[in-house]
Design a protein around this ligand. Structure first.
Ligand code: NAX
Length: 356
């Protein structure tokens, strides 16, 4: 039997976690032979609710679930963690401006970044789900200067899965027969679902199979507004689909995406002319526990404008919280090239200069 791995989950008594935790414990993330320890974090007021969730996990008698610990302190919740799902965030209250929301979350993710830096396993992979996910991810990473920014990622897989699902439905084919689509930018209404390079059955260009006006005028807006539409229909925000996307993004990152192209919010290295220093959703392929931004996607004028608009939104978000970020900047990092295990691809990595 393998050694158990430690998985930290924040917002563990919330809706998404109520689906996610059971998937993790049943082996959907790391396979049926990987025992796990769950380290669950909640705010003080939700600890009783969290105990109820832990009791239910126990009642499932999952073979792989070796231990569950409950925390209201991020330092202990992240201690020794190999993987972290950061789901807990401050929701947007009535009359709350975007800047107020960013500020409230900056406080949470600054504290949690420091805790990850000081107590998590140095090889941690952390996925930020709580909104505004991309900028929360930036705050987290900047507060964890000893951890490579490539070990943090913001969740845009739900948007990727939504695009795949809606396209598959339109074309009446299986989602697994679609590859090559991606979602660019921010997990917000400015995101850009791009199907220009998508193919069906390894050979057919999807852009030729659908009506271009339907794609531009209907599909893009539908994906951008899908979260709001679900709230309208269900009275609650997406939870099970978000949990599935969190599993998909983290599993592919850890175990590989089988050469399939997936979307991940990752630290921009300047690819496609996107400003460095923001977490932007790019098309990636995952191998050997790492992601690689795919470079040869062709972009038309429409795409360039869409990508710029969502980049600008992220830069504005960054500007709003910039004064709260530690002064640690890229100058403290040295860009180094690291070769993939198979010796083929060169990737950009930032490491703190004093760690090299
Ligand atoms: P819930 O409100 O059901 O649960 C959130 C939980 O987080 C609550 O139990 C709360 O007590 C806890 N929490 C708040 N602050 C915390 C802190 N500082 N430390 C630990 N726990 C804390 O929300 P849920 O539906 O689970 O959604 C969670 C987050 O995911 C929200 O920010 C939501 O906007 C975001 N989403 C992100 C998506 C994405 O694709 N990136 C899609 C789904 C979802 O909308």
């Amino acid at each position: 039997m393998k050694q158990p791995v430690r998985i930290a989950v924040t917002g563990a008594a919330g809706n998404i976690s109520y689906s996610l935790l059971f998937k993790i414990a049943s082996g959907e993330l790391l396979g049926k032979d990987q025992p796990i320890i769950l380290q669950l974090l909640e705010v003080e007021d939700s600890m009783e609710r969290l105990k109820g969730v832990a009791m239910e996990l126990e009642d499932c008698a999952f073979n792989l679930l070796h231990e569950i610990s409950l925390h209201s302190n991020p330092n202990t919740a992240f201690a020794g963690a190999h993987y972290a799902f950061l789901i807990g965030a401050k929701p947007r209250g009535k009359g709350m401006e975007r800047a107020d929301l960013l500020m409230a979350n900056a406080k949470i993710f600054s504290e949690q970044g420091k805790a990850l830096n000081n107590y998590a396993n140095p090889d941690i992979k952390a996925l930020v789900v709580g909104n505004p996910a991309n900028t929360n991810c930036l705050i987290l990473s900047r507060n964890a200067p000893d951890i490579n920014p490539n070990q943090f990622s913001a969740m845009t897989r739900l948007d990727h899965n939504r695009t795949t699902g809606l396209l598959a439905n339109k074309l009446a084919i299986n989602p697994e027969d679609i590859d090559g689509l991606c979602v660019w930018g921010n997990h917000s209404a400015t995101m850009y679902p791009d199907i220009h390079n998508a193919i069906a059955y390894d050979s057919h260009d999807i852009i030729d199979l659908v009506d271009y006006a339907w794609y531009q005028e209907e599909l893009i807006a539908k994906i951008q507004q899908r979260g709001a539409e679900i709230i309208q229909q269900r009275g609650l925000s997406s939870a099970a689909s978000a949990a599935q996307a969190a599993i998909d993004q983290m599993r592919d990152w850890i175990l590989g995406s089988d050469d399939r192209l997936v979307s991940m919010g990752v630290m921009s290295d300047g690819s496609y002319g996107i400003a460095e220093g923001i977490y932007y959703s790019f098309p990636v392929v995952c191998r050997f526990g790492r992601y690689e931004i795919i470079q040869d996607i062709s972009i038309n004028n429409f795409g360039t404008d869409m990508m710029k608009a969502t980049e600008n939104e992220l830069l504005e978000e960054k500007q709003l919280i910039e004064h709260l970020l530690p002064k640690e900047t890229e100058d403290n990092y040295k860009k180094v090239f690291v070769q993939d295990n198979d010796g083929s691809n060169l990737e950009n990595f930032y490491y703190r200069a004093n760690k090299i």
